[in-house]
Design a protein around this ligand. Structure first.
Ligand SMILES: *Cc1c(COP(=O)(O)O)cnc(C)c1O
Length: 348
């Protein structure tokens, strides 16, 4: 798909949108007395609207350590905003449809429902594999979005690279690959494919590997035409001043690299320990920082853990996930306690 073909996928009202222009976009000179933006004049550190320069500073810091060109990088209020923008930019309510694998991250469907867009769930194949043929069989000329999550939540596996390439070649709309957990995988992500595939949108986030879920910063790498569209459609001040400042201060790729290494080692230690317990019948291979485990009686194990103050996610009602719980990897001490508590359940 060529970059100019992307525009054909965009809703007419978005393509012709005259975006809101903020006071600070219009006045670019040296700051003097600011009476242009209806701000309270008394300084308390928060009385001004977020500065575009500060936003730019964070965008450049993130783009530089990720190795993304800044003009192919978008910052959203969490990845959730990026997912919502995909619908708002590409899908006409009541007309277009979006495809998604199942089970996967629940927000793809919720945001389709909110935006009045039909969602089509395609069950993963055996071993949670990418169902390429089934996806291609279920799409039509109104299919504008395909959501893939790799490593997938809640199954933990990385989706087949060649399968995604084939979908990038043949799917008629935008292919969104959510890489919220890619930092925990040994396999490379897909962001470097954006120049070759302008119909690819890669989502990443500061919420997981970078430990800033409370801040709400999501990242999209996409063709610059897509980034421009997202920037026109987002709220003018989608990320607040304190969030921008805190993200700039907190973002420390070296510290995160250390944490990621510890979490990966803990994940593998936890997987081994859990596979040796009697009640856990299977620990699915994970490239993420959680483990999906299958057990005889997920509700009973869930309750046992809960009464001992350990909260996990019951995924047993998700398609293909019968009998499963999803466990995030904790600190080494938390994982020790989890292992002890499950061993104790084995012995009752
Ligand atoms: C946690 C998660 C996100 C994170 O979303 P944010 O809005 O950036 O916090 C995105 N996608 C998946 C699959 C997730 O599991």
């Amino acid at each position: 798909m060529k970059p100019d073909c992307i525009l054909n996928l965009v809703r007419d009202n978005i393509r012709s949108l005259e975006p809101y222009s903020t006071a600070r976009d219009e006045y670019q000179g040296t700051p003097g007395i600011l009476l242009d933006a209806n701000e309270n004049p008394f300084g308390n550190g928060l009385n001004r609207y977020p500065s575009a320069a500060l936003r730019r500073c964070l965008l450049e810091k993130i783009a530089s350590f990720k190795g993304f060109p800044p003009e192919e990088t978008f910052l959203g209020n969490g990845s959730d905003e990026c997912i919502d923008l995909c619908y708002r930019v590409f899908c006409r309510p009541g007309v277009d449809n979006a495809l998604m694998i199942a089970p996967s991250y629940g927000m793809y469907r919720v945001l389709a429902d909110i935006n009045g867009v039909e969602s089509r769930s395609i069950p993963l194949g055996t071993g949670f594999s990418l169902p390429v043929e089934e996806i291609l069989a279920r799409c039509d000329r109104h299919s504008r979005l395909l959501f893939l999550c790799s490593p997938n939540n809640p199954t933990g596996n990385t989706l087949s690279f060649s399968g995604i390439l084939r979908l990038l070649e043949e799917f008629p709309g935008m292919v969104v690959v959510d890489e919220a957990y890619a930092d925990f995988s040994t396999q490379p992500g897909l962001a470097s494919l954006v120049p070759r595939y302008p119909n690819l949108i890669v989502l990443q986030t500061l919420s997981k590997a970078f430990g800033m879920a409370g801040l709400r910063i999501g990242i999209a790498r996409a063709d610059r035409s897509v980034v421009t569209l997202f920037d026109r459609v987002r709220y003018p001040y989608n990320i607040g001043t304190d969030t921008l400042k805190l993200a700039l201060e907190t973002l420390d790729p070296e510290r995160s690299a250390w944490e990621i290494a510890v979490i990966r080692a803990e994940r593998d230690r936890l997987a081994t320990a859990l596979s040796e317990t009697r009640c856990i019948l299977a620990v699915f291979p994970s490239d993420a920082y959680f483990l999906l485990v299958r057990t005889q009686d997920p509700k009973a194990l869930y309750r046992h853990l809960l009464t001992r103050g350990i909260i996990v996610r019951d995924r047993s009602s998700a398609p293909g996930c019968e009998g499963t719980l999803r466990l995030s990897v904790g600190t080494p001490e938390e994982n020790d306690r989890l292992i002890r508590t499950i061993t104790e359940y084995d012995n009752v």
